[in-house]
Ligand binder design. Structure first.
Ligand code: SF4
Length: 341
C-alpha cells in the first residue's frame, strides 16, 4: 500500500481519537502503566484505576519502593495481580538502571513486558518503528487484506505482525506512535468485531474484505472453548466477630499472597465439600457469580461451624485486619453477598 491510506488514517485519528489521559503524555512510565492495565481490561474500566494509581505512585521511583499491600490495594479490581508484582519488579530494574530504557530491546527485557507492550511503549514514547498487534489491529489487518485464514494460528499472527510492521516502516518519526494508536482506535471504535461502521472508515477504499462484502466474516477465528460451569461454596466461620481465613501461598498461579475465606468448588453444590477442613456447612447467607476466562462460577456463602482442630493454615481475622489486607475477588464477592463488606 502507498502512504496515502496512512495519511488519511492519521488525519482521521487526529480528529476522532478519544481523549484518554495516557494519550496526553509521552512519559514512558505513564504509557507503560496504561498499556499494562489495558491488557484484557476495557478502557472505561481502566480510566479510574489509572488516575488513582498514578496519584499514589506518580513516578517509577515511588512505585519501586511501594509496600506490597499498598501496591495490591491500588491494583485491586483490575485482576491479574501477578502483573502488579511484575510491574514493581520492572520499576526496580528501571530505577537501578538510572532511568527508563529508550530502545525496544531494553524495554522488552523488563519484567512483565512482552512484544506487544514493548512495541507500544517504544513507538508511543520514543517514536521507534515497532508495530503493535493487539486484537483490534489484527482485525483491521485481516479485513484490509481479506485474510481468510484463522487469525488465532501463530503463522497467521506472524504474517499480520509483518504486515503491520511494513506499514509502520513507511511512516516518518513523529507518526509511528500515532499510526499504532490510530490502528488500535480504528479497531476499537469503527472496525468493530460486529457490524463494522465502514461508511465512517477513513481507509475503506483500501479494504479488500469490504470490496468482497465479507468484512463481517473477517477475521476468521476458531470457535472458543465452551465455558465450564462450576459451583463454589464459601464458608463464614465466625468467632467473636472474627472470621477464619488463610493467605494463599506465594506460588499459587491465581492471586498469590491474597487472603481468602475457606472455600471449595465442584461440578455441583456439595455441603460436605469443606469436611476436609473440619467445617460443617450451615445456613446460606448469600449468592454471587464469578467468571474467569473459561470458567463460570455460581457461588454460595454459608455460615459454617468448626468441628475439631483448626487447619493450621487458617487464622482468625477481625474486621480491621480484613480491611487492611488484600482479599481475593471471590472472598470480596462472598463478603458482599453476605452483607459483611
Ligand atoms: S472498511 Fe470496514 S471492514 Fe474495512 S477496515 Fe474499514 S471499518 Fe474495517
Amino acid at each position: 500500500m502507498n502512504r496515502e491510506p496512512w495519511s488519511r488514517l492519521l488525519r482521521w485519528y487526529a480528529r476522532a481519537k478519544r481523549d484518554l489521559p495516557w494519550r496526553r503524555t509521552r512519559d514512558p512510565y505513564r504509557i507503560w502503566i496504561s498499556e499494562i492495565m489495558l491488557q484484557q481490561t476495557r478502557v472505561e474500566a481502566v480510566l479510574g484505576y489509572y488516575q488513582r494509581f498514578l496519584e499514589r505512585f506518580p513516578t517509577v521511583e515511588a512505585l519501586a519502593v511501594a509496600p506490597e499491600p499498598e501496591l495490591l490495594d491500588a491494583w485491586a479490581g483490575l485482576g491479574y495481580y501477578r502483573r502488579a508484582r511484575m510491574v514493581q519488579t520492572a520499576a526496580r530494574s528501571i530505577v537501578e538502571q538510572g532511568g527508563f530504557p529508550t530502545d525496544y530491546e531494553g524495554i522488552r527485557v523488563l519484567s512483565g513486558i512482552g512484544d506487544y507492550t514493548a512495541a507500544a511503549v517504544a513507538s508511543i514514547a520514543f517514536e521507534l518503528p515497532h508495530a503493535v498487534l493487539d486484537g483490534n489491529v489484527a482485525r483491521v489487518g485481516a479485513r484490509l487484506t481479506n485474510e481468510a485464514r484463522d487469525v488465532t494460528r501463530a503463522p497467521v499472527r506472524r504474517a499480520l505482525q509483518a504486515l503491520v510492521q511494513g506499514w509502520i516502516e513507511q511512516t516518518r518519526p513523529g507518526e509511528r506512535g500515532d499510526l499504532n494508536q490510530a490502528l488500535m482506535e480504528l479497531g476499537a471504535t469503527v472496525c468493530t468485531p460486529k457490524s463494522p461502521r465502514c461508511l465512517l472508515c477513513p481507509i475503506s477504499a483500501d479494504c479488500a474484505a469490504r470490496k468482497e462484502g465479507v468484512q463481517e466474516q473477517r477475521p476468521v477465528k476458531r470457535a472458543k472453548a465452551p465455558q465450564q460451569k462450576l459451583f463454589l461454596i464459601v464458608a463464614l466461620v465466625e468467632k467473636n466477630g472474627r472470621l477464619l481465613m488463610r493467605q494463599r501461598p506465594a506460588d499459587e498461579a491465581i492471586m498469590p499472597g491474597f487472603w481468602e475465606l475457606p472455600q471449595a468448588m465442584g461440578p455441583r453444590f456439595d455441603p460436605d465439600c469443606l469436611a476436609g477442613l473440619g467445617l460443617e456447612v450451615g445456613e446460606m447467607q448469600g449468592e454471587f457469580r464469578h467468571g474467569i476466562t473459561t470458567r463460570d462460577f455460581r457461588g454460595q456463602v454459608h455460615a459454617a461451624a468448626l468441628r475439631g482442630e483448626r487447619d493450621p493454615d487458617y487464622v482468625w481475622l477481625g474486621p480491621s485486619e480484613r480491611e487492611s489486607l488484600p482479599l481475593t475477588t471471590i472472598t470480596k464477592k462472598a463478603l458482599r453477598a453476605a452483607k459483611i463488606l
